[in-house]
Design a protein around this ligand. Sequence first.
Ligand code: KG4
Ligand code: ZN
Length: 371
Amino acid sequence: MLRWWARIDGKAGYYTGMVSHIAKPLAGPVLGVETSCDETGVAVFDTARGLLAHTLYSQIRMHADYGGVVPELASRDHVRKLLPLVRETLARAGIGVRELAGVAYTAGPGLVGALLVGAAAARALAWALEVPAIGVHHMEGHLLAPMLEADPPQPPFVALLVSGGHSMLVEVAAIGRYRLLGDTLDDAAGEAFDKTAKLMGLPYPGGPALAALAGTGRPGAFRFARPMTDRPGLDFSFSGLKTQVLLAWQASDRSEQTRADIARAFEEAIVETLAIKCRRALAATGARSLIVAGGVGANRNLRAALAEAGQREGFRVAFPRLEFCTDNGAMIAYAGALRLAAGQRQDTEIEVRPRWPLEELPPLAAAAASA
Ligand code: KG4
Ligand code: ZN
């Protein structure tokens, strides 16, 4: 299968991983740039001093008029916001641009135009400063976000990555050694939240709005299936659930209370389905720790259900703080700093991968060993 990828020079071809070569390990502040979708995120992370600063600009209000992300508008807005945010983040970190030891940017997966804005700016900055750069996998960023918290979990663990574009269960043997245990066959969990919210008339982005509405729903008023939990396996499918909601909504009185009742039943179905699969993944791998990340990881009922299951069944559950569940620059600065510290580098080509399997990433330890 030919994997599609883009380079600024227009050349295309096979590509098996973003790491171009291995060099001497790097220490010092690393700038992280996230522009894969509708959030411009910038941060500075130093492996010795921790997270020094982070800033975020969300385009949500601009896309809300269209009911979803408009890729061309997203790219243009990243162009407008990125450099001012870089200046502000460096000022907050209390460092000058020349003190940066490296630059990390999201190289995929994501919207190609949006990715290219961050990649071009970050790569140009690294070239001008004569410091190394690294392209970061967006989902590795999410996966490592819990590591920014105190007392971070150590691999091996299972990661539940639930965002607007992905629903994955991943076995993490070590940082950079990822095995996909389960994936979505159709809609991602966040996408299911967003589409379900939209069909009941809630504004974009629907996930947080639907979750807030669920809080006033009455328990037991509706009940939806827990998709694919009645058979073995760790894959997900959420599009049938969306159809169930549509049918229930169309047949209902469409009152505010009914909307809240349906939202509650929908959220319960997603949360329980995710919790069942997480417990199965832990049993299948023998891991005793679960990390949960990505935008849907901000869902309070999901966090509570998994924390409770962990207490009951004796496994540890770790989450990022709420603001690092959704897209942010801190997770990219962190993941990039780790890979740069392990001696991994990008050459000067500007390349992004809108599709990029997580399993193709090189392990961190092997890179360090061969540095
Ligand atoms: O990770 P993220 O910011 O972007 C992607 O990489 O996709 O995730 C965004 C997704 C959206 O689908 C949004 O509706 C969902 O996360 N989301 C939530 C909540 N907060 C964000 N879904 C359910 N409950 C929430 N509290
Ligand atoms: Zn994301």
